[in-house]
Design a protein around this ligand. Structure first.
Ligand SMILES: O=C(CO)COP(=O)(O)O
Length: 254
């Protein structure tokens, strides 16, 4: 079965209510009638509920930018999977490099969050990626394998239909430097190879692996033409409705 492309926008810490509503309304117009691909947005927690009202009659998927592993409790500053669902989200980003680098989130914390998300019925988008230093030291594949194995520890094959992997090389995030489509394809093929080792080949072949890091209207077509690139996780360009709209409408030659 062919994997359905997924174009996701991570709004990061951008947008108060009025901006978010404007962006969501604009997006709605761009997504009408698109059923051969999934579109997802991850707004800041504070606006998810309002955005979900605006998008209620669309197929656009809503995600949190992070999620706790418990349904409720004494976890000051965290948002639970139950709360995300209550606000209208059905997915969560987990292990984004900004969480790992700026907030010290470890592989084991990422794994805990991922298992919690799955347990409460969310789709988990597991983000992995190497730093520039790691790439220059030829450690890219080792880092990806470690992050994948640790992030997916104790996850069963049957749960993988609710997991998306996002490959985001840290050096390409917000820098304007995109990995070449060949570099991205190499990483994605390797990720699929590790998934086949962790689970079964059939399962690995079903998992969507999306690329993130300076995705723009000008490079989306080439990225999407690669056999193991199943979509994009877009930061900066997802904040502009025209550019995200053009990315969503990538011309698929796969
Ligand atoms: O981190 C990203 C998406 O999660 C990528 O961000 P940019 O598209 O701004 O490089």
């Amino acid at each position: 079965m062919a994997r359905k492309p997924l174009i996701a926008g991570n709004w990061k810490m951008h947008g108060v209510l009025v901006d978010a509503c404007q962006l969501a309304a604009g997006l709605k117009a761009h997504c009408r009638g698109l059923d051969d691909r999934d579109v997802l947005v991850a707004p800041p927690f504070t606006v998810i509920s309002e955005v979900s009202h605006i998008l209620r009659d669309t197929a656009i998927i809503l995600a949190g930018q992070n999620v706790c592993w418990e349904g409720k409790g004494a976890f000051t500053g965290e948002i639970s999977p139950v709360m995300l669902r209550d606000a209208g989200a059905s997915a969560a980003l987990i292990g984004h490099s900004e969480r790992r680098q700026l907030f010290g989130e470890s592989d084991s914390l990422v794994n805990r969050r991922l298992k919690g998300a799955l347990q409460f019925g969310l789709t988990a988008i597991l983000c992995i990626g190497e730093t520039l230093e790691e790439r220059e030291a030829n450690r890219t594949l080792d880092v990806l394998e470690r992050q994948l194995r640790a992030g997916l520890a104790d996850v069963g094959g049957a749960q993988m239909s609710s997991v998306v992997v996002a490959y985001e090389p840290v050096w390409a995030i917000g820098t304007g430097k995109t990995a070449t489509s060949a570099q991205a394809q190499e990483a994605h093929a390797f990720i699929r190879h590790v998934l086949a080792d962790l689970f079964e080949k059939d399962i690995a072949d079903q998992v969507r692996i999306v690329y993130g890091g300076s995705v723009k209207p000008t490079n989306i077509d080439e990225l999407m033409a690669q056999p193991d690139i199943d979509g994009a996780l877009v930061g900066g360009a997802a904040l502009d409705v025209e550019s995200f709209g053009r990315i969503i409408h990538f011309a698929s030659s796969r």
